[in-house]
Write a protein of this length. Structure first.
Ligand code: ADP
Ligand code: MG
Length: 229
């Protein structure tokens, strides 16, 4: 396994404009997540958890500090290079999976490969196989042909997780995946994420305010007022 398959945040400061002043969302945050492990981030609403993921995802540039994804220091990258890094190295699972209503579960995954413009015609077959393999990994083989309205909330969330893994990311970022699920279904998603993290060697960061299923995480850190403890 590559030594660089990890996420490193170092002394990250992030502020947002707030009236006449600035609001500090991340206040000197440091975090190291090795490949094959899952770090859970807990903390109250508004404490900066989603901001942390947005910075790790290179979607938001911090005022200060370093973000290293899969061995690449993102501070040096252009917009285009960041977009390429996101495609190649980052898997992101949002609170709502935002599936396209007209596409089947299988097609939601295949689309990820097509978004990456490098795909050649002869690679299409490999993409379908990979999509099928990932749907199987999240327990949805039988649902491959269903569209979002034919899936439960938990199943949709699992499609979102499989989709995030389509391009074989080094870093997997997951924002409150269980918030719309009941406890039992939430526990299934947490177990699934822990298993996929080990099998695929991803450096996984999982934000949650559901403390019940944290036992599957390798590490739990708490965010309070933009600081990690
Ligand atoms: P959490 O995910 O823990 O609920 P967030 O990271 O979403 O916390 O928010 C942290 C703080 O930053 C909050 O005070 C929030 O209101 C503020 N905030 C988040 N996003 C923005 C934004 N785009 N512009 C201005 N303020 C923001
Ligand atoms: Mg949030």
């Amino acid at each position: 396994m590559s030594q660089t398959k990890q996420l490193v945040l170092n002394d990250v400061l992030l502020t947002y404009p707030d009236g006449a002043g600035r609001l500090t969302a991340l206040d000197g945050v440091g975090l190291e997540v090795p490949g094959g492990t899952m770090t859970a981030v807990v903390g109250p609403s508004g404490s900066g958890k989603s901001s942390l993921l947005a910075v790790a995802a290179t979607l938001v540039t911090p005022d200060r500090g370093r973000v290293v994804v899969d061995g690449v220091d993102t501070g040096e990258l252009s917009r285009a290079e960041k977009a390429e890094l996101r495609r190649r190295s980052l898997g992101i699972v949002f609170q709502q999976p935002n599936l396209l209503p007209s596409l089947t579960a299988l097609e939601q995954l295949e689309l990820m490969a097509h978004v990456d413009g490098r795909l050649r015609r002869r690679a299409v077959r490999g993409v379908r196989e990979r999509a099928r393999e990932l749907l199987a990994a999240v327990g949805l083989s039988a649902e491959a042909g269903r569209r979002p309205h034919q899936l439960s909330g938990g199943q949709r969330q699992r499609v979102g997780i499989a989709r995030a893994l389509m391009n074989g990311p080094a870093v997997l970022l997951v924002d409150e995946p269980t918030s719309a699920l009941d406890h039992e279904r939430g526990a299934v998603v947490m177990d699934l994420l822990a298993g996929l993290t080990r099998e695929r060697g991803t450096a996984t960061v999982l934000v949650t305010h559901d403390r019940a299923s944290l036992a599957v995480a390798n590490r739990v850190v708490e965010m309070v007022d933009g600081r990690l403890s």
